[in-house]
Structure formats: structure tokens, C-alpha cells
Design a protein around this ligand. Structure first.
Ligand SMILES: Cc1cc2nc3c(=O)[nH]c(=O)nc-3n(C[C@H](O)[C@H](O)[C@H](O)COP(=O)(O)OP(=O)(O)OC[C@H]3O[C@@H](n4cnc5c(N)ncnc54)[C@H](O)[C@@H]3O)c2cc1C
Length: 319
């Protein structure tokens, strides 16, 4: 093996937690495979710092990548890979990962496995485990092309402890041509993590009935544990929540440590977006609701009675 390269995303120079999460896993895989770990960083970020999490070399592509452009990202990553010559590339299944990484695989004429939730070393190669058929099955994927590319869902691996020294930084010159021009940026007002990266999510369903109830019950409950708010499509279609809060097949795919489903039936299209959550708590007044088949903890109760009690308990526990 000539190494595992991870794509380290950053926001305004601060590495996203996916970068360290992937480095932690890559370090374990590299130890099992007897190889090394490197990273690629696009634009201005403290690349040498990634050495603390196991990267021996960081390939840094100069230029302004602050506005995402799939063509520019593909050009830049292809140039870094040409220099690094890795056997395996790991990238987050982020928006950019879902869009640019398949283009990269096509450019390099290699194979990729998307949305992996686990990776392991086997027979001298990396094998990715990914959900299939809306999460009903898992498939193990081994890629014969080189580099083997895997995108990984957020929160699939624990964060590694920092240690070790600085990585050596190799500058990569790439002709990265953006095909789009960003005219305006509107930052979200919320300070909590985006749903796709959130570690805790509290979601509400149609049962909330009005946007006022959703705001009065779900949002403060989520805030009490620093969780991001999610919603079923029924709640979104009824105008109770924003479309970018929708979880599911036609919404966002999430992978938090804790997913609390308040008054959500557990339709297959909703499950498709959240069933890999590590702990699922469901509150539903119907004991036959399908969500209970997937819940780690289930409570047959009226959410309007339960939510304030849960919120008070969370606030007390975290105060
Ligand atoms: C092509 C397609 C794509 C779709 N994509 C998505 C998607 O991305 N995401 C998604 O979520 N859905 C999606 N859907 C819709 C999906 O099929 C369901 O209709 C939807 O998930 C139902 O939302 P819900 O659970 O909030 O509502 P319901 O199915 O109406 O369930 C409400 C639940 O709340 C319970 N309840 C009611 N009152 C209370 C109370 N006071 N206390 C506690 N429990 C209570 C009820 O027992 C019930 O189980 C899609 C559908 C299609 C056809």
C-alpha cells in the first residue's frame, strides 16, 4: 500500500470534525495495513496541525476555495492525488463529498463507495460498509480500481485524541478552474451543527399540528441539549419546519449519536434518513407505530406531556 489519503474539509480555516474523524479511522486502518496516512487540504488552513491526528504529510492546494465549486474541487483533488499516489482516498459524505467526489472517481477512472458507515482492513485492502435499500441492508464494498475511494457519513467514527507532531506540508500547484461564481452568501442564523453533522437531533412530526406548537415544543427541547432540529416531511409540508430541516429520503441523511423522534410514525422514507443513528428515542402515543421497531428506547405517550418533562430533566442534568 502506498498510503491512505483523507480529504480534510475546513470552514474558514477551521478543520471540520469530519477531518479528524477520518484521520482517526485512517490511522487505525494504516496500522493494520502497514501503511501511512496523508491528507489533502484545499486553500488556506493550518495544514501542519493535522499531524496531531496522524497525518504524516499534508498536500495543500493553494488558491481560494472558500466558495464551493465542484469543477475546481475535482481539479484540485486530482492534482493532489497525482502527487500523493495513494491507494485509498477517504472523504466525508458532505455536500461537497456527494457532489465532487463522484466526479473525481470518474476523472480518475476508478471505483468508489458512497455513504459508508464503517471501514475495515481486510486482505491487505480497505473494505467499506454502506447502507443499501434505504438502510434495510448493509453491503460490504471492496474496490478494485486505484485509488479506492470511499465517502463516509459524519459521526461514523469517534474523534481521536490529539497527539504527535506537525505534519510535513507539500504545496500542490493545481489549475483549478471554477465554473460558477458566487454572488452572495447568506449565513444561517443558527449556531447549532448542520443536521448532516449533528451529534444530537430532536425531530418533530405531523403530530405537532401547527408551526406554533413545533416552535414551542420541539425547538426548546432541542436547545436544552444543544441538539439540531429535524422534522418529518409531513411536518415540513404542513409548514411547521423548514425544508432544510427535513430528514429522510427526500431530505437529509443524518447519523447522530442521539436521535429523538417526537410524534413521528417511522415511515420507510423517514427511516431512510436516520436509521443509522446510534441511539434512537421515540415518543409516540400509538404503541403500533413502526418507529418503535427501530427505537433503542420507546415511550408510548403524548408528546405534549412528555416534551416539557424531558426538557426540564435535560436542563437540570446539564446545568
Ligand atoms: C417519494 C416519497 C419521499 C418521501 N420522503 C420523505 C422524507 O424525506 N422524510 C419523511 O419524513 N417523509 C418522507 N415521505 C413521507 C412519508 O411517507 C411519511 O408520510 C412521513 O414521514 C410521515 O410523517 P410523520 O411521521 O410526521 O406523520 P404521520 O405518519 O402522520 O405520523 C404521525 C405520528 O404521530 C403520532 N402522534 C400523533 N399525535 C401524537 C401525540 N400527541 N403524541 C405522540 N405521538 C403522536 C401518531 O401516532 C403517528 O405515529 C416521503 C414519501 C414519499 C412518497
Amino acid at each position: 500500500m502506498s498510503g491512505i489519503l483523507i480529504v480534510a474539509e475546513h470552514e474558514g480555516g477551521s478543520f471540520k470534525k469530519s477531518a479528524t474523524e477520518l484521520l482517526g479511522k485512517a490511522t487505525q486502518l494504516a496500522a493494520a495495513l502497514g501503511t501511512s496516512v496523508s491528507a489533502v487540504v484545499l486553500g488556506d488552513a493550518p495544514a501542519a496541525d493535522l499531524g496531531k491526528y496522524g497525518a504524516t504529510t499534508v498536500y495543500q492546494v493553494g488558491g481560494d476555495f472558500s466558495s464551493y465549486d465542484p469543477a475546481a474541487m475535482t481539479d484540485a483533488l486530482a492534482a493532489a492525488i497525482a502527487q500523493a499516489q495513494p491507494d485509498v482516498v477517504l472523504a466525508p459524505a458532505s455536500y461537497a463529498g456527494k457532489d465532487a467526489i463522484p466526479r473525481l472517481a470518474a476523472r480518475l477512472d476508478t471505483g468508489m463507495a458512497t455513504e459508508c458507515t464503517d471501514l475495515r482492513a481486510e486482505g491487505g485492502a480497505v473494505v467499506g460498509r454502506r447502507p443499501l435499500f434505504a438502510g434495510k441492508l448493509y453491503g460490504d464494498v471492496k474496490i478494485s480500481g486505484k485509488p479506492a475511494i470511499f465517502t463516509v457519513r459524519a459521526n461514523s467514527f469517534s474523534q481521536p485524541a490529539a497527539g504527535g507532531g506537525a505534519a510535513s506540508v507539500v504545496a500542490v500547484a493545481a489549475e483549478a478552474k471554477a465554473l460558477t461564481k458566487v454572488l452572495e452568501r447568506k449565513a444561517p442564523s443558527s449556531t447549532v451543527a448542520d443536521l448532516t453533522e449533528a451529534d444530537r437531533i430532536v425531530s418533530g412530526g405531523r403530530s405537532l399540528k401547527t408551526a406554533g406548537d413545533f416552535d414551542a415544543v420541539i425547538r426548546p427541547l432541542a436547545a436544552s441539549i444543544g441538539a439540531t432540529v429535524g422534522a418529518s416531511r409531513a411536518a415540513v409540508d404542513a409548514g411547521m419546519a423548514h425544508h432544510n430541516e427535513q430528514v429522510g429520503q427526500t431530505g437529509k441523511t443524518v447519523n447522530p449519536t442521539l436521535y429523538i423522534a417526537m410524534g413521528i410514525s417511522g415511515a420507510i422514507q423517514h427511516l431512510a434518513g436516520m436509521r443509522t443513528s446510534k441511539v434512537i428515542v421515540a415518543v409516540n402515543k400509538d404503541p403500533e407505530a413502526p418507529i418503535f421497531e427501530h427505537a433503542t428506547y420507546g415511550l408510548v405517550a403524548d408528546l405534549f406531556e412528555v416534551a416539557p418533562k424531558l426538557q426540564a430533566a435535560f436542563e437540570k442534568a446539564l446545568s
